[in-house]
Design a protein around this ligand. Structure first.
Ligand code: NAD
Length: 228
């Protein structure tokens, strides 16, 4: 998403707990000739979130687009989920989305414009298939939070939408077995697993002026696996 937005002309601040990953993405962004920032912070830590958003505002004076993408997925069965694991999954996926949105809201309200895009999941609609119940619950929360946030920010010219991906090739799904891929493929009418670009192009659309009249919407990007 960072790379596709940069290709469309955006300056992108990439933010992750993984320093090496943000540096790698920043190098790619630099090659595309745009300004970029590589920041390291935990989205589940309110203090760090406020500080990091402050760094972006100090550097660039504004934030036009926030994408709440950071997420973790555990596959534990419900009886095996410890309280700590439950809290961490909900902390990163759901609280992280709340904390980052809360930190950016005053900036966008002041600007009278902005776009927030939250990553939900098909698992948040149908329950965990290969993902755990805590992951699914967190993503259902993210998608409902998206609607509440959309209502609160609409009067300020800020739109808030979500993307609910199906199965996408990434580090998160790398651990799936060959049999699991085959099972997924059998249920995907478009006949292939999703790619990061499939999600990124929808994010670019949601961030663009073409999506000016969309808010509180969750767009499925799942090859037809779920049509609701
Ligand atoms: N891959 C899929 O099939 C799929 C499906 C549905 C939804 N999603 C969602 O899409 C988003 C991106 O997932 P992905 O597939 O690229 O996974 P990924 O594991 O490749 O990327 C997630 C990124 O989030 C970062 N991260 C984790 N915890 C963090 C924290 N506390 N603070 C900051 N950064 C943190 C990780 O370091 C990683 O770079 C996630 O929200 C995920 O839940 C993915």
């Amino acid at each position: 998403m960072a790379i596709e937005l940069a290709r469309e002309g955006a300056d992108v601040a990439v933010w992750d707990v993984n320093r090496a990953a943000v540096e790698e993405t920043r190098r790619t962004l630099q090659d595309l000739g745009h300004r970029s920032l590589a920041l390291t912070a935990d989205v589940a830590d309110g203090g760090m979130v406020n500080e990091t958003v402050g760094q972006v505002v100090t550097a660039w004076g504004k934030i036009d687009i926030l994408i709440n993408n950071a997420g973790i997925c555990q596959k534990s069965a419900i009886e095996e989920i410890t309280e700590a694991e439950w809290d961490r999954v909900l902390g990163v996926n759901l609280k992280g989305t709340f904390l980052c949105s809360r930190a950016v809201m005053p900036v966008m309200k002041r600007q009278g414009s902005g776009r927030i895009i939250n990553l939900g999941s098909i698992a948040g609609k149908v329950g965990g298939i290969s993902a755990g119940a805590h992951y699914s619950a967190s993503k259902a929360g993210v998608m409902c939070f998206t609607k509440s946030l959309a209502r609160e920010l609409a009067p300020f010219g800020v739109t808030v939408n979500g993307i609910a991906p199906g199965v996408i090739e990434s580090d998160m799904t790398r651990g799936l077995s060959g049999g699991q891929w085959d099972d997924y493929l059998a249920g995907i009418p478009l006949g292939r697993i999703g790619r990061a670009e499939d999600v990124a192009r929808v994010a670019v659309f949601l961030a663009s002026s073409d999506a000016a009249y969309l808010t509180g919407e969750i767009i499925d990007v799942n090859g037809g696996q779920l049509m609701d």
